[in-house]
Design a protein around this ligand. Structure first.
Ligand SMILES: [Fe+2]
Ligand SMILES: [Fe+2]
Ligand SMILES: [Fe+2]
Ligand SMILES: [Fe+2]
Length: 432
């Protein structure tokens, strides 16, 4: 389908009543966990659509353009309210957090397998193992603080296990920057894949920044602070993949195209009949936005919008269990680190002067909250909360051994010997 040829709902017909903006939420125990996952991602997509137009309006003195942007931006804002407020009121902050990390893991795994640019794919795989580890750290607190079995949220579709340990995600600012694609040769799919992930990571960062303090538990607050900083790094890592020479009009086209593709993808896959209708309507609205963006692009840049976004819809957010793919990357890449000029290296090949050591020595010098999460779990139940097949559960000590650093590990790092002990205690016993 060529989305540029679809008319959708014209922008002048998109203003709604408050009754229509606020819809009934899905239920915490939703039949399909990917209903929640789609809702979390689309909230991030709308927030990005809104924020992008604010940044642009602040920088242009073209009043005609401003009016169009302000008009569509208001609709993006109302869409964001509709989507975000589909969250059920009895879904706790930690429940939602597990949902956010499930989005990150299963989305990144999907995008990586559908990405043609090898460097972009490598960067996706790199980020994948970090969000996978976040899910594991938060799961300890979901059990400790709220007695939640992570599968109440994850529905057995995503494993809970050590990844690249979070204490090693903190990099020197200069090293966070990746190599940008060239807008003239990058495929529309690459552009959409990256923008989808930037939006998801930015939303995750904002959620942790705005909710981490809402628990009366200092260790958990510190874990939110630690992972919030990693999500800030993830936004940097993915946004620097984008060609900085794209014009604002090109970026606008990619934004509306991404929104429309994501809603179309959600509509196609949704199993919840009422939510499916919401995705359909929002898709039709985005087609209206895309028409406006295309019209303005033709007027201001005198070029064909297809030169930027092609003539085919893409599917940037097909959600399904990615356990097999994650396992493959997990077995290969927990020892990977980002090195000079956006290149990657393994821990054993890093120079002793690797600049991220200095950052980690500083931020982790009084202990890493992500290690404290496991320490607390050990005190409470004698082991970590881990959910995976037998082979993976028995690999925890080897996975850790591979990713430990020669030059610096946080003083409260859980050692491989302790992970070996975990294997002897049945993980299921503590959850059922
Ligand atoms: Fe939107
Ligand atoms: Fe994460
Ligand atoms: Fe992330
Ligand atoms: Fe839009």
């Amino acid at each position: 389908m060529n989305l540029l040829k679809e008319k959708g709902i014209p922008i002048e017909n998109q203003l709604k009543t408050w009754h229509d903006i606020v819809k009934r939420p899905y239920s915490r125990a939703c039949e399909d966990n990917y209903t929640r996952v789609r809702q979390i991602l689309m909230n991030g997509i709308e927030t990005e659509a809104w924020g992008f137009k604010h940044c642009w309006v602040r920088k242009t003195d073209d009043n005609e353009l401003k009016k169009v942007l302000v008009n569509i931006r208001r609709i993006e804002d109302m869409q964001q309210t509709t989507v975000n407020w589909l969250s059920p009121v009895n879904q706790t902050i930690l429940d939602t957090t597990l949902g956010y990390e499930q989005v990150a893991v299963d989305l990144t795994a999907w995008l990586s397998q559908n990405e043609d640019d090898p460097y972009v794919k490598e960067t996706f795989d790199f980020g994948l193992l970090e969000d996978f580890d976040h899910l594991y750290r938060y799961s300890q607190f979901a059990n400790l603080v709220e007695e939640t079995d992570p599968n109440e949220i994850l529905h057995n579709n995503t494993d809970v296990l050590i990844g690249r340990p979070t204490q090693f995600h903190h990099n020197c600012n200069g090293l966070r920057i990746r190599k940008a694609y060239d807008k003239n040769t990058a495929s529309p799919k690459t552009k959409v894949n990256i923008l989808t992930l930037i939006s998801g990571e930015q939303q995750t960062h904002n959620y942790y920044a705005e909710h981490g303090f809402m628990y009366g538990n200092t260790d958990l607050k510190r874990l939110y602070a630690e992972i919030c900083d990693v999500e800030e790094e993830h936004v940097t890592m993915y946004e620097t993949l984008v060609d900085p020479n794209e014009t604002p009009f090109e970026k606008w086209l990619v934004h509306e195209f991404t929104e429309a593709c994501c809603y179309h993808n959600c509509y196609k896959d949704e199993t919840h009949p009422r939510i499916k209708l919401i995705w359909e309507e929002l898709f039709q609205m985005e087609l209206g936005h895309l028409q406006e963006a295309a019209k303005m692009f033709e007027k201001y840049e005198k070029k064909d919008p297809e030169s930027v976004i092609g003539n085919q819809a893409v599917y940037p957010c097909t959600f399904k269990s990615q356990k097999e793919y994650v396992k493959e990357i997990l077995m290969k890449e927990t020892n990977k680190r980002v090195d000079k000029d956006g290149t990657y290296n393994t821990v054993d090949k890093l120079s002793p002067e690797w600049r991220s050591y200095l950052i980690q020595e500083k931020v982790n010098s009084k202990g890493a909250p992500s290690e404290q999460a496991i320490n607390l779990s050990c005190c409470a139940i004698g082991r970590d909360i881990a959910i995976a097949d037998e082979e993976l559960l028995n690999s925890e000590d080897k996975l850790l051994k591979k990713s430990l650093q020669q030059s610096y590990n946080a003083p409260n790092t859980i050692q491989t010997e302790e992970y070996k002990q975990f294997n002897k205690l049945n993980a299921d016993k503590y959850l059922y």
